[in-house]
Design a protein around this ligand. Structure first.
Ligand SMILES: [Zn+2]
Length: 80
């Protein structure tokens, strides 16, 4: 979300990030503004601290589950 103000009258607008760099005509005073790039960075960091360890642990768990599945007895089928 981009929040910018009209450079002429100060009317505040909120637009989606994808409109960055495009022109927006102010509904209030007809002034054409160039929509700025979003000022705020994404709240979530791309790589949280310790994520590598938890991913490895998760993979280990997954491998264990897969092995258990392989060694687990198959469903008994009546051959009558
Ligand atoms: Zn304006």
């Amino acid at each position: 979300m981009i929040i910018f103000k009209c450079s002429k009258c100060g009317h505040e607008y909120k637009v989606a990030d994808e409109y960055a760099g495009k022109k927006a005509r102010c509904k209030n005073c007809e002034n054409v503004n160039i929509i700025p790039a979003p000022a705020t960075k994404p709240a979530q960091p791309a790589r949280p601290v310790g994520s590598g360890d938890s991913v490895a642990a998760y993979n280990n768990l997954l491998q264990e589950l897969l092995q258990q599945e392989k060694t687990a007895p198959t469903v008994e089928v009546e051959t009558k």
